[in-house]
Design a protein around this ligand. Sequence first.
Ligand code: NZQ
Ligand code: ZN
Length: 386
Amino acid sequence: MENFEFYNPTKILFGKGMIAKLDEQIAQDARILILYGGSSAEKSGTLAEVRQALGERTFFEFGGIEANPAYETLMKAVDVARKEKVDFLLAVGGGSVMDGTKFVAAAVPFQGDAWEILTSQGAAVKQALPLATVVTLPATGSEMNNISVISRKETGDKLAFNSEHVFPVFSVLDPTRTFSLPMRQVVNGVADSFVHVMEAYLTYPQDAMVQDRYSEGLLLSLLEIGQRITTASTEDYDLRANLMWVATQALNGLIGAGVKQDWATHMIGHELTAKYGIDHARTLAVVFPALLKEKRAAKSAKLLQYAERVLGLRDGTEDERIDAAIRQIESFFEGLEIPVRLSAYDIGKDGIAPIISQLEEHGMVKIGEGQDITLDVSRSILERAL
Ligand code: NZQ
Ligand code: ZN
């Protein structure tokens, strides 16, 4: 195991009715900006519950943060926050709203061009406004991490930053707030969380017993949730509660501590979203199985461990078990009605070159746990995904 520092200051308030706790968590004299997405938070009643919990406090609202939040939109929120002198940000939404709020938190006190927050991958961030979240879509883990992914419409970039200063102070996770989600977003959340665990886990043996077993527990939970979620009632509280908690833990830093991680699927996936507008989770379902086929030799020991400990596969040759593990991952996504081929999005061979150029432009020329996924290897992965 490698040396590591683990720091995660986010307080979690989990369960039915927990939005009311905002009243205990935020200072009476705070000047708050509530940030949200399109119409879902209003329609589902989540915003009304938030306003009620804030009571007499001074708050302002900024709506319209889109999926794959845009820098251009967020800079308008920065203007509002500066003009109204807000001192606390409250995100009400999914990953896009939470990530957007982290960017606004860092941008408000930022001197100079705020895009540098992204181009420096967060290194330029020296302070941020405090922020908290009310989660409506379990998927990204943004509610308990310091990562934010922001798109810029003008240039077609989709870049990530992270900074110790943008961990949410607290996050409210009320599973009933997910009941209004369209099934497409629910299954996206299952797939995204699954790949978050895999990015940390499915590398090579690193003698990290706790991280491995913890990851396998999360994967087993996600497989079970995935099997049940599309046919279960949309108001199955316990199932939604389990999805919410697993999604948070899939990317809160714990399973990735002390191990080399992959993240190439995400880096390639982000470029697919930037170029073709495919939902984040859906890009991962296309790239991840193809990446496993491409990196089969380097990942064979972990694929066999996954096959045995998570899928219970012990019979057959090593090659047969690895084949079965990769097939199982594809059918897991397909069972969620998420395609695993680029052709499902009408992307053919000529659609690959722009993705490779974008990876190059963003410096993604040696990615993966072995830093050996060069542009040629990324091209080959995408060809396998056609
Ligand atoms: O805009 P509204 O009307 O609110 O609708 C949203 C949006 O259209 C809807 N929605 C959210 N909660 C709902 C709801 N609809 C009904 N009922 C509810 N309770 O869902 C749609 C998608 O929302 P979005 O926030 O975009 O989805 P998600 O949570 O999957 O976030 C995706 C973004 O997170 C980034 C992605 O790149 C993408 O930009 N990621 C962030 C990460 C992080 N911070 O750690 C890691 C991830 O790997 C990922 O890259
Ligand atoms: Zn993701």
